[in-house]
Write a protein that binds this ligand. Structure first.
Ligand code: DGL
Length: 268
């Protein structure tokens, strides 16, 4: 099917998911919406996050997409079920693939989760992990400052290390052997997180797991795009002015043009 895969995030961070999707499915057309006028979602109420998710989905549907990827962990944790029951297309979030990978990776059954305040408060990762591995003991910690650090590109300096050391210290003594990076921005801080946690802790990057899930759903439905990656269409929409998205986005997506168009989505 030639229609694009639609992806939304609260802003720039979902580009880590898009980047993995492009690696795994280079021939697929993609339409990315970053709700940059209303970021961050991680500090908002469930009602507001759900409303934003609906408005973003309606916009992407107006662009004729075949599948929706909710690339934001906060939106996935809070509104995925509501989006799935409201809209008639396959919807994939980032939470279940990450939880499944964590349940498969752990040997001790002790799993750590880090994410935004809203994601951690929702308890969604814990529920998803325990549904797959009932004996799991899950310790969850919100790390809100990781988001601005990643956006600033401060991912491997002394400040990042200090902040990571402070946030992650409660994991000491819990015996976790697996840590879920439950936020779009955290994969950028992988080296620092790994340095603090130690190389024997498995870090689960939901972006990688989500891309694999998208491929498997497209294959099952027989909806993969025919042909090669030549002439592939990549479109970017943002709800704030595009300049910052185009500049900072390169950190998340690597090279390539991120020319974005500003759109009005719901009340944004
Ligand atoms: N995209 C959000 C997430 O993955 C992080 C940024 C925000 O708080 O909106 O949870």
């Amino acid at each position: 099917m030639q229609k694009a895969i639609g992806i939304f995030d609260s802003g720039i961070g979902g580009l880590t998911v898009l980047s993995e999707l492009i690696r795994v499915l280079p021939e697929e057309n993609t339409i990315y919406l970053g709700d940059t006028a209303r970021v961050p979602y991680g500090i908002r109420s469930p009602e507001t996050v759900t409303r934003y998710s609906f408005e973003n989905t309606r916009f992407l549907l107006s662009q004729e997409i075949k599948m929706l990827v909710v690339a934001c962990n906060t939106a996935s944790a809070i509104s995925l079920d509501a989006v799935k029951s409201e809209f008639p297309l396959p919807v994939i979030g980032v939470l279940e693939p990450g939880a499944r990978a964590a349940a498969a990776a752990t040997r001790s059954g002790r799993i750590g989760v880090i994410g935004t305040e809203a994601t951690i408060a929702s308890g969604a990762y814990e529920r998803a992990i325990r549904a797959m591995l009932p004996r799991a003991e899950v310790t969850s910690i919100a790390c809100p400052l990781f988001v601005p650090l990643a956006e600033e590109g401060w991912v491997d300096n002394d400040v990042a290390e200090l902040v990571a050391g402070r946030y992650l210290s409660p994991f000491r003594g819990t015996g976790i052997d697996t840590l879920v990076l439950g936020c779009t921005h955290y994969p950028l801080l992988k080296p620092v997180i790994s340095k603090i946690m130690g190389s024997d802790i498995t870090l689960i990057d939901s972006a990688t797991e989500t891309a694999a899930e998208v491929r498997s759903v497209l294959e099952k439905l027989n909806w993969k795009k025919a042909g090669s990656d030549e002439g592939v269409v990549r479109r970017y929409f943002v709800t704030d002015t595009p300049a910052r998205f185009e500049k900072v986005g390169k950190l998340f997506l690597g090279e390539g043009s991120l020319a974005a168009e500003q759109v009005k989505v719901g009340g944004a």
